[in-house]
Design a protein around this ligand. Sequence first.
Ligand SMILES: [Zn+2]
Length: 416
Amino acid sequence: MSMKFRTLYIASLFLCLAPLPLQAQEATRMNNEGVEAFNQGEYSRAITLLEEAHALDQSSEAIRRNLCNAYQKKAELLAGDREFNLAVQILRKATKVDPKNISPLVQMGSYYLSQDRVSDAIDALENAIAITPGNLNAHELLGQAYYEDNDLYSARVQWDYVLALEPDRAGLQKRYDKAFREESVEQEFNRWKANHFTISYPRECPARLRSAITSILERAYLDVGRALGGSYPPSPVQVVLYTFEQFSEATRMEGHVGAVYDGKIRSPLTDADGEWIAEEELKRRLVHEYVHVIVRQIVGDKIPWWLNEGLAETLSKSLNAREIEQLRSIYEGDVALSLAAMESTQMEQRGPDELRRAYLQAHATVDMLWNRYGRNKMLAFMRGLSRGDSPEEVFQSVYRRNYAACEAEVAARYLY
Ligand SMILES: [Zn+2]
């Protein structure tokens, strides 16, 4: 299972200049042409013109601001294509041109968060707030960065500040409540650091289980990273482990949910009867959630539900005989869902039986695509999706068939 919420920062307004006298006239002319190019959506040309204007007249605040805005707009477009590294490079130029303006720093912080570069995000946002305290976007994002770093106290300070000034801020109260429901469950937890994971766990968790979990996660880091074309997270992944009761208290998830990734991997260690979950089962759940970490890194949030869950299932376990039998009865009984119907994360709202069937179908579909058409096509599909095109169009251009043909191909594997 996977969930993700994030506020994206969007760049701002544009100024037009009145003509200036003397040697600045040429700069003004370039500036005005730059503004025109910007307004026509020709951002690269706008940047060239405004850079020239700025070189001619470095004293003009308005030219600085215009150039900064043009950089920010260009960065926003790059980020839309998940070209975050290029976007950040351009924003660095923006901060040099207009150092008193914190807006490019805030934007940079938001892109670092999208890349899970949490400590870089904290640096950029703290820097922005040091220049101009009180920008609510900056404080909210800094709170998010601390939260992702599992520094809940610092997150609370930032979010309290924002909510005091703007109690109705979109979505924040909900995230605040979620974070502090988690905090109340997790405050007595211990924490240990593995190579690529920071793991919080209830004190009663036995040492042998901790070392088994470390091996499972570090192994997943290598195996899943390699399977998905050499993808590794830039910062340690936060993992929070609970007892069965703590898990439902912290996440408000129902009993049928085995584990979740919501920016942190969360999993119970015990079952409803209070027994420690067997290592094999724990491994399946943790690897499943870790696949979500890497898939999000490659595709972002624009991933169809069936692909996200299908990859997580395919890379964490094989279909067993009972599941193959269930798939046969799904396809024989003609109760299969279409891939289009399984694109939205609203799938998770369905009843447990229907959801279980959808997971099986997602697994069967990705299993077929992965084994019959290979990893490279899957990676091409994922990269196409990251650009935000419609999933079926990307699917068709990579696999040379539409959803209906793929559905029939999957069904045929289970029908005799
Ligand atoms: Zn999942």
